[in-house]
Design a protein around this ligand. Structure first.
Ligand code: PMV
Length: 340
């Protein structure tokens, strides 16, 4: 039994998948490999305070922006149940979690990746303070492993830049159990890539991603989708190396639309994009027809649009976003982010 009280803290950014994870089995094992850009400005900061506890069972209070949030504790308990065999001291303490996101709360931007990533980093730090002897590399791997058990895509947020999760024939040392930093050559154009997130809808999503993953279980096109995602990861490797922006855009937009096609063809069917999501997509395509801009969209499991473009086209793309796209955003809100 561990004793004492104290606190640990960590920061973890959000990420945007280029090849999407959609569908899982068993203990958070992905049905296909995925690849993402880790973001920079959108992150979660978490402080984990602990003190000794007498009774059995978990005791956790979660404060979001200084307010006690009843909604989060059950998710933390589920997370703790899944990770207890790897972090055995969870029952010895009562915890207070103080957490803050740099992006607007309930903006429709998933905070689960950054939030679970930050929690996992805190727990690994805590274990280390209790005499753990992992190397820096092992600590990150363990954090990614734990984050996966909180929210699948969170495991990719532990590393900066480009990361891969899911065993892939194309990526050596890739694993279903944790993400790995992308190990191959990346063209300079992709080393700093812009992601401007348009907040199309700030409401609560109608269908959560856990329900979405579940609906892939009896989905008529699921097997084809898993194959396509795995192949797309393979196709992205030479694109990232050569800096081929046009092929990059085609692949990334196809991935985004395939993700939502799965939702449209689930049983029951559901639609998370909104009319303004489509308005933005049309405008982006029109902009590309009329200019030589390399501005592409991707989507996560919601209505918001992530606009991806290279650093050297920042000015032109931001001007277009201001003039033509901002009007489709909820309260004209968008977030300028980037990966590097
Ligand atoms: O990590 P989850 O279970 O919330 O799933 C998120 C899946 C997508 O964001 C839609 C795609 C991805 O790979 O991040």
């Amino acid at each position: 039994k561990r004793e004492g009280s104290g606190s640990v803290s960590a920061q973890c950014p959000s990420n945007i998948a280029l090849v999407k994870y959609w569908g899982k089995r068993g203990n958070q094992i992905p049905m296909n490999s995925s690849l993402s850009f880790t973001l920079t400005n959108s992150y979660t900061e978490t402080e984990l305070k602990f003190k000794p506890k007498e009774n059995d069972g978990y005791l956790v209070n979660v404060y979001l922006d200084k307010n006690l949030n009843e909604h989060f504790a059950p998710r933390i308990y589920t997370f703790f149940e899944r990770i207890e065999e790897y972090i055995p001291f969870l029952q010895d303490f009562e915890f207070e979690i103080h957490t803050h996101n740099t992006f607007p709360h309930s903006s429709g931007i998933a905070s689960s990746a950054s939030g679970m990533g930050a929690m996992a980093l805190c727990l690994v730090q805590m274990e280390q303070n209790f005499g753990g002897n992992l190397s820096e590399e092992e600590m990150l791997r363990k954090a990614s492993f734990l984050a996966r058990l909180g929210s699948g895509s969170a495991c990719r947020s532990i590393y900066k830049g480009i990361t891969v999760w899911g065993e892939s024939e194309f990526v050596e040392n890739s694993s279903d159990l944790y993400a790995v930093p992308y190990p191959y050559e990346i063209h300079t154009v992709f080393k700093v890539f812009q992601d401007t997130i348009l907040l199309i809808d700030e409401g609560q999503k109608e269908v959560s991603s856990s329900v979405g993953h579940k609906l892939m279980e009896n989905h008529p096109y699921a097997q084809q989708r898993f194959l396509a995602a795995n192949e797309n990861l393979g196709k992205l490797i030479p694109i990232l190396k050569e800096g081929n922006l046009e092929e990059f855009g085609t692949l990334v937009e196809h991935e985004a639309l395939s993700l939502h096609a799965m939702m449209l063809t689930s049983n029951p069917a559901y639609i998370l994009i909104k009319p303004n999501t489509l308005n933005v997509i049309e405008k982006v395509w029109e902009f590309r027809r009329n200019t030589s801009a390399n501005l592409f969209f991707t989507l996560d499991a919601g209505a918001n649009v992530h606009l991806l473009y290279p650093e050297n086209e920042r000015e032109a793309c931001l001007e277009f976003i201001q003039n033509a796209l901002k009007t489709y955003c909820s309260k004209e809100k968008f977030i300028k982010d980037l990966t590097f």
